[in-house]
Design a protein around this ligand. Structure first.
Ligand SMILES: [Zn+2]
Length: 237
């Protein structure tokens, strides 16, 4: 499914659970980093209401022993990708979410200023789901089309020694391959604009928008083609 962002930085058609834990980005600060996290609440358990409760300051410390130390935290993230690939947004991309903490990327501190935080529902001891990689790749494409993303890092990369997420089971090679493969057909908004203008100049006529072919065609789609020839079934009998 192709994802689109509104001008306010909300992904269209996605469940939006507003978090009060956000503020404005510094003036003139562009969004250059995607920061990948992993979380599960209670730790190691999936599907419960804990994560959304944490990011909306509604985590009840009485519901689990591990919540006592985190219930008072004022934290948030822009996106959460559930185990089934379900996407939840807590903070508009245009705003600063509070997910990185003390951090540094390419010599710059305060990663929250210039990053978008994405939590994957997961834990250090289990692989992530296919649906999560798919959704993460789609989200990455949508964000790249809107913002000058210059890099992707894990929380453990920008806060080494303090954070371990997304953990040893996050398959960076797989994610990067998914993003790069599709990227060949995915221009940024800027590139699309300049290319269309250039093409128009060369051909002297309006070229059809290339947006319709931006997403790679899934291999499974082509499987419908041979089936049609199967109408020869009748002759087999
Ligand atoms: Zn994290």
């Amino acid at each position: 499914m192709k994802l689109r962002l509104s001008e306010e930085g909300l992904v269209e058609g996605v469940r939006y659970v507003p978090s009060p834990n956000c503020d404005g980005r510094p003036a003139g600060c562009s969004i250059e980093l995607l920061l990948i996290h992993a979380i599960s609440l209670p730790p190691g358990e999936f599907g419960g209401p804990g994560i959304e409760a944490l990011f909306t300051n509604q985590l009840d410390p009485a519901t689990h022993p591990s919540y006592a130390t985190i219930a008072g935290l004022r934290v948030s993230v822009h996106f959460l990708i559930r185990r089934d690939g379900g996407l939840v947004q807590f903070v508009p991309c245009t705003k600063r979410a509070w997910h990185a903490g003390e951090s540094s990327w390419r010599g710059r501190s305060r990663c929250n200023d210039f990053s978008i935080g994405i939590e994957l529902e997961g834990a250090d001891h289990v692989p992530f789901e296919d649906a999560q990689y798919e959704r993460l790749a789609a989200l990455t494409h949508a964000l790249r089309a809107c913002y000058p993303i210059a890099g992707i890092a894990g929380h453990s990369d920008v806060a080494p020694g303090r954070k371990t997420d997304p953990g040893p089971y996050f398959d960076w090679a797989r994610y990067r391959a998914m993003v790069d493969i599709s990227r060949q057909g995915t221009k940024t908004a800027e590139e699309r604009r300049s290319r269309t203008t250039k093409d128009m100049k060369v051909t002297g006529r309006k070229v059809p928008p290339i947006t319709g072919r931006r997403l790679p065609v899934m291999a499974s789609r082509t499987a419908t083609a041979p089936r049609r020839r199967g109408t020869a079934k009748r002759s087999k009998k």
